[in-house]
Design a protein around this ligand. Sequence first.
Ligand SMILES: Cc1ncc(COP(=O)(O)O)c(C=O)c1O
Length: 458
Amino acid sequence: MHWKAKEKGIRPKSCIMVQLKDRRRASAPQLPHGHGGSAPPPRRANASAVAVAVAGGGWRRRGIEKKGEGDAIFLPVEGAIASAPIPAAKRRRSLVRSVFSRSFTHPDDTISIQFSVYPHHRVEMQEGRKGVPSLLSSQGECIASNITQLIGWTPLIELKNIAKNDGIAARLVGKIEPYQPLSSVKDRSALRLIEDAEERGLISPGTTTLAGVTSGNLGIGVAFVASQKGYKFIAVMPAKLSMDKQILLRYLGVEVILVDPALNGFKGLLDRVEQLKKDIENVFVIDQFTNPANPDAHFRWTGPEIWKDTAGKVDIFVAASGSGGTVTGVGRYLKMKNPSIKLICVEPAESAVISGGEPAFHNIQGIGPGFIPEILDRSQIDEVVTVTTQEAMDMARRLAREEGLLVGISSGANAVAAREENKGKMIVTMFSSGGERYLNSELFAQVKEECININKSF
Ligand SMILES: Cc1ncc(COP(=O)(O)O)c(C=O)c1O
């Protein structure tokens, strides 16, 4: 494939999206749902569409071996758009659609791949999503017409007080995801998972019911994106996990199905979703653990935002893994920009599965699901750091008091792990959710009890 890509003027090291098409099913090339442009017919029908070959061979290093029809993978191929033959008119028309598509046929005529290059994968031009700051800084009226437009572009803050108090010589920087419309990093994934399914023609408003297993934050993100796009959403959750998130989901109008966590663990939740697919017509399962659209949200938006706002100075990126979407997507983007950036993955010490341990109960909500998610790209992680629930909560409380940052438990875990003694280096981490989401959790238990007791005397 490399030879063909080169021939077409695609040079290694920027980013294109490759959409695989099974040529046996169509005589004419098909573009993904809703995409403009046309491609020349393949020279001949192909036997298989599951093998992948791409420019530069980066796919092999990323461990991508087999993909099915319509699957998307992201590859570093510099200057793809610049050197690709895209008609100017088509380029102007297509803001979020494919702007060019070509079939490449392997010399042995067994593999055919249709390239769909998306403008928002033009990494040189990509700066993340619009978000609030750009609305504020633009000229004239600054009024969002839909809450989903406000997803993205969260601010960075340097933890000057914690660094000073702990004698840390590195620069500690946190990305404040509580600035998202519904206060967590998962708003990004929710939007991308739904948009991606729409782009593939898998769901349509008013017809499809979305369903998924969630420990809360993804569900809350899906809830508001789904409501704005016209989808019903059913969330399947482990009972007793987070009262705050259950309250919020119901408040947002979501149907919440609770499953006894003692029954088959995570499998019990998946079984309940499978049952829903049998019981209800047109159910689309939002699966953050296997769907590449989840890390894609962070490759497109979170990563570029960090790169731009740090002026490319980030040396180390630290993120706790739940679905693995953040650490995989941001890590992939940052390493593409600068391969020497170190990627640190954080997991609960009580359930250190990525480090080879056994799954067990812990209280760092949103991370450490007890298994290794399919989308977690371990090949690019340089180090896995474990943090106990106690350490994470202590740090979350310190962030509130010393930095004025009201963030959640996993944010505390990230700040504990962002500790490399690298003088002058910049360590960027995620403050993945807002603290108010945990008012009924252990994080606030002591203060809550104090408040209840004080109020009893009145
Ligand atoms: C509070 C919180 N922190 C961290 C994460 C982990 O993010 P990811 O799923 O991208 O690994 C999640 C995921 O739900 C979360 O809710």
